[in-house]
Ligand binder design. Structure first.
Ligand code: TA6
Length: 276
């Protein structure tokens, strides 16, 4: 248990951001003239052994308990690992930070394949995230991945998500039942769904009077999660009543959409936020 060093702060004319090397975890993105877009729990555990509750955790190389249902730690090791900052590129209206994680720095019984992961965080009037995984070994492997973004909202029970109507989804609250979305997504209790969709989605927030637009590249799933009141109160690293203040809209490749890489192959998944 080692307390995390302070995050890196990025300030450009168009935006500011905060990023921990632990998990290459973006915990804040504020476009100039706007308020915070990402949610960070007031009770988040900022410790080298923990996963940060909020921001954009990187779930890799498995999602939740993985496809076996028994992989630990939950959502893979990437969000609990120290990534190495390899480049900083400063441009007039944005800053690009490149982080890397290499299999040689990881000890995991559940995933032993040699890989290199590169995560590019571009901070500006949009927040652009790009995770590229390369198979550096001699055998084919598969992995799951998600950029598990926590988005700040005024009141989750008043927001709606546009863009998923007509998509099929797996409803984890209903034991994995297959369903089809009718109209916009609204939140009336615990919500934990894996949508099969490549569409742009928009979080429409009447309380904060804004629209958060999520576009993606290279991911065929969108995970939508809010724990609701009871599960929210039970999360020890979530502040009292804070379950109302976020919704997770995640770009993902999970379960049947897991990515398979031949030796030498790479795969990229991109996730962009902007305010409309
Ligand atoms: O992305 C949704 C989800 O997989 C939920 O099932 C819920 O458990 C959430 O992630 C948070 O997981 P965590 O391990 O961060 O508590």
């Amino acid at each position: 248990m080692t307390p995390l060093p302070a995050p890196r702060h990025v300030d450009v004319a168009t935006a500011s951001a905060a990023i921990y090397d632990h998990g290459a975890h973006v915990t804040s993105w504020v476009p100039t003239g706007s308020s915070e877009v990402l949610f960070l729990s007031s009770a988040a555990v900022l410790d080298s052994d923990a996963a940060i509750r909020g921001g954009v955790p990187i779930c890799f190389p498995w999602f939740g308990p993985g496809r076996t249902g028994a992989m630990t730690p939950a959502h893979g090791f990437a969000r609990r690992s120290t990534w190495v900052l390899s480049h900083v590129d400063e441009m007039p209206d944005r800053v690009l930070l490149t982080f890397e994680l290499d299999a040689r720095d990881i000890a995991s019984d559940d995933f032993t394949a040699p890989f290199n992961a590169v995560y590019r965080i571009s901070v500006g009037p949009t927040l652009d995230l790009d995770l590229t995984v390369t198979n550096t070994g001699t055998e084919t492997f598969s992995f799951e991945e998600a950029l598990h973004a926590y988005l700040t909202v005024g009141d989750v029970e008043q927001v709606r998500i546009e863009g998923l109507g007509g998509s099929s989804y797996l409803d984890k609250v209903a034991g994995g039942a297959e369903r089809r979305q009718v109209g916009d997504v609204e939140f009336t209790g615990e919500t934990d769904r894996i949508y099969r969709s490549r569409a742009q989605v928009t979080v429409v927030d009447p309380v904060l009077d804004r629209r958060i637009i999520v576009t993606r590249r290279g991911s065929s799933d969108v995970v939508v999660w809010n724990p609701g009141r009871d599960k929210g109160q039970a999360l020890s690293d979530l502040g009292d009543g804070e379950w109302r203040g976020f919704v997770c809209v995640e770009g993902a490749n999970v379960l049947d959409a897991a990515v398979t890489l031949e030796p030498g192959q790479l795969h990229s998944m991109g996730y962009t936020l902007h305010l409309g």
